[in-house]
Write a protein that binds this ligand. Structure first.
Ligand code: ADP
Ligand code: MG
Length: 692
């Protein structure tokens, strides 16, 4: 059956269809899935069940007692009407630009004439005279207006230039009239009744034009559940798919690499590292491919855990990939590998986009011929040209910087390889479940011994620089962080390249360097090497240093315009100090008047616990889009809100388990619609081969 085009929906036409297409709406069905961003309670106060409107606006229905046109200046004309509902009178005003060529109020005069009954929606012109209203919308009283625009709870849509809220509401109403009756139900009946969920048809209507706040919430709850359930189902199936295959190789603990590696380390693994390594080794030694998430706060020591896993693979003649989100971090890892693997018969190489020409060719050949055990790199590792002869393990560092799709692409390097995904953004449980529902989870608790928690303070620049100089004078190194690379016109924000000359003055007598994302890779590498080796005392940088950089002698970090960074970024940045035995400090130079700045700074000063920080972050950012998940492109959640709907998510996961237990391939007829919906949403994206 051909899909009806939105253009042919009543009142739309080709021009608006093109605008709708910009919003991703091509069919009436798309339109129905284009959910409001908010709702306005435009019921008259008398029949409202609850007093407060969802968004401030005055709604009034009355008879026009008088109407007149005023010309106050050359440019402006005003149309004023006095309306009465028998009890109150309101003076309503419309403002327009004057025109010599035509009467700007011609159509208004027809509608708003003496004796006519109309609705207005607007705002008081002046708080002192609430009876004077500047009109934003008006409608002749009658069922047409009351069905969509006034006297009820109305939807507020995200708009685009050329599409009005009025048009959107009418278009959605027509789409509902056309399609509403045949809204397919994808949720199984028993789940709907157990969870007391509205039907798809009820919810589809109620999310746009709810008859009451209760109906609105029940529609939202149903649709949010559906989103979460489908997502959970996709992971569940993915996970089963993975569990069903067997690796083509078996591992043994040979220890000819692991033991010397461990002996050469300058420290002992912490109990938590040992436990996590055991979990990983158990997975790797089992016939099924590993899919494990390793969570551990910044500085908790994930790298050596990953390295242990890579060595277990190497001991067994299997190759490993170690993927980092930035070139700087990949290079940093290469330095670490060089140090920790010295003298061991392990062949490894670094592959980033700046490795070119013959060098690149050689690495690719060595990887394909099995002459390399470990390949460290950036996204470059995902590329088609990177082939491994005996793929065994894929490690993804700082996973929060990558999306599910990249993860999937990497896994495709060998679909029977083990995968270890690492993240330093400790995620509250519900979020972890939402983001990584298809993974087992290991958590590194605590820090390597001897660490002193970083002291965090909010200071002015002068004091912060004084502290930094003090540290430099006793041989420590410092980071000075700025939000921008160059001037951008954003008032009050400092840029690293512009401040650099001043820093030279402030830190006279010490070596300084700049690091930011727009520098050439070789330059970046040089700067990092010099800093890591202690040849540079002061590093002025942008957020590029946020992840992974590990220089134990750096003990002070000054973060300028700290108000501009989100809480989890601040925490990540702070993780660059406090990596050695020396007392470290993080100094926040912030404009506390900025939105939410005080709360974030306070949170940073009061704890160094990444879990507390991320929960605080979630709470401060509130609903909507915690952690910027929407940009992630991972989750297609439009109504579900992970911070608010955690109970719903738990139910969805429970129900998912029950469904897959009974019908792992969704082959039962009662699961037909569910399967169709799931494949439409996630089939291609998540490669749910088993189902199709
Ligand atoms: P992250 O988990 O943030 O990736 P890293 O792996 O970079 O942390 O480790 C941070 C620092 O802690 C590194 O210098 C590393 O060598 C050191 N480290 C790791 N494990 C231990 C340990 N058990 N004892 C002492 N230092 C350790
Ligand atoms: Mg790390």
């Amino acid at each position: 059956m051909p899909v009806p085009k939105i253009q042919f929906l009543k009142g739309v036409g080709p021009k608006r269809a093109a605008l709708l297409a910009e919003l991703g709406v091509d069919t009436p069905r798309d339109l129905l899935a284009y959910y409001p961003r908010a709702w306005q309670d435009r019921r008259l106060p008398g029949d409202a069940e609850k007093g407060a409107p969802l968004e401030e606006a005055l709604v009034f229905r009355g008879k026009v007692l008088s109407a007149r046109e005023l010309r106050t200046s050359k440019a402006l004309v005003i149309f004023k009407a006095v309306l009465s509902n028998g009890k109150y009178e309101v003076e309503a005003s419309w403002f327009k630009r004057f025109s010599w060529r035509y009467d700007v109020f011609a159509s208004l005069k027809k509608e708003v004439r003496e004796g006519a009954e109309i609705w207005i929606v607007g705002r008081p012109e002046d708080a002192l005279f609430p009876g004077r209203v500047r009109v934003e919308e008006h409608y002749p009283a009658g069922p047409a207006a009351e069905a969509a625009h006034v006297g009820r709870i109305v939807p507020v849509y995200p708009l685009t230039e050329g599409l009005s809220g009025r048009f959107m509401r009418e278009a959605v109403r027509s789409a509902l009239a056309q399609m509403g009756g045949e809204t397919p139900e994808c949720l199984p009946e028993d789940i709907r009744s157990r969870r007391a969920l509205a039907s798809a048809a009820q919810a589809g209507r109620g999310i746009h034009f709810p008859g009451s706040l209760f109906e609105l919430e029940s529609a939202r709850r149903r649709l949010a559940y559906e989103e979460l359930f489908l997502m959970a189902l996709a992971w569940g199936i993915k996970r089963r798919q993975l569990r069903a295959v067997e690796k083509e190789h078996r591992y043994e603990l040979r220890r000819h690499l692991l033991t010397p590696f461990r002996e050469a380390l300058s420290f002992e693994f912490t109990p938590s590292q040992k436990k996590v390594i055991n979990e990983i080794f158990d997975d790797m030694l089992s016939p099924r491919p590993m899919a494990r998430l390793l969570q551990g706060d910044v500085g908790s020591g994930k790298t050596v855990v990953a390295l242990s896993a890579l060595l277990l693979a190497a001991e067994n003649g299997r190759q490993g990939l170690f993927m980092a989100p930035t070139e700087i971090l990949a290079e940093q890892h290469a330095l670490t590998f060089e140090r920790l693997l010295k003298g061991l018969p392990v062949r490894w190489a670094l592959l980033t986009s700046s490795v070119k020409g013959p060098a690149r060719k050689k690495i690719l050949e060595d990887a394909a011929e099995g002459r390399l055990d470990i390949l460290i790199g950036t996204h470059a590792l995902i590329e088609e040209s990177v082939k491994l002869k005996t793929p065994g393990l894929v490690v993804v560092d700082e996973q929060h910087r990558f999306g599910v799709r990249q993860r999937a692409a990497l896994r495709a390097k060998g679909d029977r390889t083990d995968a270890l995904i690492m993240t330093a953004t400790p995620i509250p449980r519900t979020l972890a479940l939402a983001l990584y529902g298809d993974l087992d989870v290991s958590t590194l608790t605590g820090m390597p011994p001897g660490r002193k928690p970083v002291k965090t303070e909010s200071l002015n620049e002068e004091k912060a620089f004084r502290e930094a100089r003090l540290a430099a004078s006793v041989g420590r190194q410092v980071y000075i962080v700025y939000p921008l690379i160059e001037e951008s016109g954003t008032a009050g924000l400092k840029a690293v390249t512009l401040e650099f000359e001043r820093l030279r003055e402030v830190f006279k007598g010490y070596t300084l360097a700049v690091l930011h994302g727009r520098m050439k890779p070789e330059e970046k590498r040089k700067v990092m090497e010099d800093f890591a080796a202690g040849r540079t005392r002061v590093l002025a940088a942008t957020q590029v240093i946020e992840v992974g950089i590990d220089v134990p002698n750096a003990t002070v970090m000054v973060i300028n315009n700290a108000e501009r960074f989100g809480l989890s970024s601040l925490h990540q940045l702070r993780g660059r100090v406090g990596r050695g035995a020396h007392e470290s400090r993080c100094l926040l130079v912030a404009d506390l008047r900025a939105d939410g700045a005080r709360e974030r700074v306070q949170a940073m000063c009061s704890t160094t616990d990444g879990f507390l920080i991320s929960e605080k972050d979630l709470a401060l950012r509130g609903g909507g889009d915690p952690l910027g998940l929407r940009q992630h492109g991972d989750l297609d959640l439009r109504l579900a809100d992970l911070s608010r709907d955690s109970a719903l998510l738990r139910q969805a996961v429970e129900d998912r388990d029950a469904v897959l237990e009974k019908d792992p391939r969704l082959a039962l007829p009662e699961h037909g619609p569910l399967k169709a919906r799931l494949l439409a949403l996630y089939g291609a994206r998540w490669d749910l081969i088993e189902l199709s």
